[in-house]
Design a protein around this ligand. Sequence first.
Ligand code: BES
Ligand code: ZN
Length: 854
Amino acid sequence: MNDAAPNAAPQTFYLKDYKPFGYEVESVKLTFQLSPNATKVHSAIRFTPKADAEDNRFFLHGEQLSLISAKIDGTPVTARLVEGGLECDVPRTSFLWEAEVEIDPAANTALEGLYMSNGMYCTQCEAEGFRKITYYPDRPDVMSTFTVRIEGDEPVMLSNGNPTGAGEGWAEWHDPWPKPAYLFALVAGDLVNHPGSFTTKSGKDVELNIWVRPGDEGKCAFGMEALKKSMKWDEDVYGLEYDLDLFNIVAVDDFNMGAMENKGLNIFNSSCVLASPETSTDANFERIEAIIAHEYFHNWTGNRITCRDWFQLCLKEGLTVFRDAQFTADMRSEPVKRIEDVIALRARQFPEDGGPLAHPPRPEEFQEINNFYTATVYEKGAEVIGMLKRLVGDDNYYKALNLYFERHDGQACTIEDWLKVFEDATGRDLSQFKLWYSQAGTPRVKVTEDYADGTYTLTFEQSTPPTPGQPEKAPRVIPMAVGLLSPNGDEVRATEVLELTEAKQSFTFEGLASKPVPSILREFSAPVILERETTNSERAFLLAHDTDPFNRWEAGNALAKEVRVAMVLDGAAPDAAYLDALEKLVRDDEQDPAFRALVLSPPSQSDIAQTLHERGHTPDPQKIYDAAETFTQTLAQQLETSLPRLYAATTVEGPYVPDADGAGKRALNSRILSLLTRLDGGEQAARQYASADNMTQQYAALAALMKAEKGETQSQAFFEQWQDDRLVMDKWFALQIACAAPETTAATAKELTQHPLFSMKNPNRFRAVMGALAGNHAGFHHASGAGYQLLAENLIALDSVNPQTTARMCAAFQTWKRYDSKRQAQIQAELERILATRDLSRDTHEMVSRMLSA
Ligand code: BES
Ligand code: ZN
């Protein structure tokens, strides 16, 4: 065994240290002899030294491998096992490296490399998992073609590319497209396929398959349709065609992430591909459609053009998230998708950017790359591309993208390459814009206005608070989409993009008959925090009149936050004007139901905590909870007489169809049901629960009942009905904790960790319980500290099983410095306890130290 020494001083990797590998990899041939505890992997790799290499060290990554033999050009050689891999003396000319190693997939609970899930073999190689399969230069800038032979008695044995032969006990595959090792995949097991096909725009027939465990065949149809829509969309919008004769998707139950874009063989967490009306909610369907698109889109943005090194991760992830968002906006509703994304950005990325884990979209150092698959790299990475597109315009955007695909196909690229295509396509200098990639932190933009003699002036001042390692920030390019409304609600200036480039800057609008009402940061044109003194009546005016749907929602959201903040800070009663505005909106059948549902969904409690923190207050989770309860109760009472009628009017009749239209209506209906349940003792929800023929309505009814502490019977019935369905059971676990009152949240979660169906080995189940605990704001932050303690204990227990998932979930503590000194002391003690754990993984060690040291 060649294991890195546990708790060895952690090594830090730096962007500035990048050096190309000294060898070309001409081809890779792998043979797997599958066996649960002793799989043998034989590799035959042709290396050619690069003439111009500055470093000829022959180092291959390798971890948790038993080396059986190594040969060069057929002659046995002795390799030196060193930390993280091996070194060997090699010829100065092209040579064939052969190695045989043994690995133990059944013991691999970290779910990186080759592992087993329900008796099925599968792999996860991104980012650095291939080195747990064999010795190899496991870095994304080393690209090669792969030929794979799988020997074993599994009925289905898959790898990347096209099948080239199969017989009793073996199968061979060849992938003609050079790829980095992180895109390698192998799957073998007792699987059944849901087939499909797609003809590309140039007339090539592509065979499509979704492979699942027997019993899940009935949950593939939606995913297959999503795949075909994605293939068509990428042709129509980006001109990009699929490049193999076969595209396989496999569903696995044990998976650290959502899904993975391995060339021609995408592997999905079963929660992100399996769907049926009876077992999946509207939200599940939307997510599945998006993630299938995302992984498919990586075929060009990630696979054909990949990353030079892992610091460039947002090159593929930010761009592919941006592309999947465009796709969802086209398939569903553009404003609804934008609102959902901004809610998610504020919930996940803003706290990261404002806390101890803050880092730029392109980080410059890391210890464990798995810790940088973050909201900043993904979501902010996508926002940066959205700003770029807005600045250069749509035509220039697609011109630059065409140039990107033309110039860089088959290469491993950097953010510099990416920005250069925009510079070359548009003639624009992007050096200041590039700061978005290197500076962390969310800019604050303060807006003031002035009106005199028909001239209206908007003045913007930008500043970004310090982040770890970056005390000073330079002003960035910020595209501000602005429109102006007249006091009677007409738009007097259509949307215009103002380009902020300085710390303080003014823009004037001439010839206005009266002082306009500004609609600023339309469509959320930049990921910033806008600070502007305004009145609630102006917000209500924009909620009613803004022509930009995003800003209409934003006005309502800002108003809701003001009302809730006033309730928390001054014990104010819920603002009557706001309740009236909501009532008017909920009754307005002219408005899109999905939009109404969003406006009726109050800001989350952690969002209120975040807002209080941004304004210099210490959030009190219990008070925030109480205000939320009071507010919702008051709203329910205000609507009391109309709720039954509204419920009836928004109920969707007929067979369940998981489209955007139906989903929007059901979202509004569920929102109304939850209000109604506060008043009618749960009668209507119990009826809906009993009659529901789809999970969306069954789940909404159960959630409403449980929140009102009236769902005991239904929760029991739900368990009886669904105990054999892993994905539905995840919902059951999570919902009990999400609905628990603050003082019982930790106890509820603890009890569920003792449930026979709880497991440390299944990331979905662990996340269902511990993620719901961390997501129940008032429960997690309950003054007793029980929430913190329970999470810490479980993270410590999980770390030796699955470091990657442990480290990701540690981020639940990242906001700790916002809270009062007692809570800070409690969290600090838990973080220190985690850090003191023997043999703590490098992943968790890095996350916890970063949180403690800032
Ligand atoms: N490449 C990632 C999957 C991945 C992430 C593998 C981290 C290894 C380590 C994949 O393309 C991805 O981004 N998946 C997301 C979902 C997507 C819709 C943003 C995920 O898994 O959450
Ligand atoms: Zn991705």
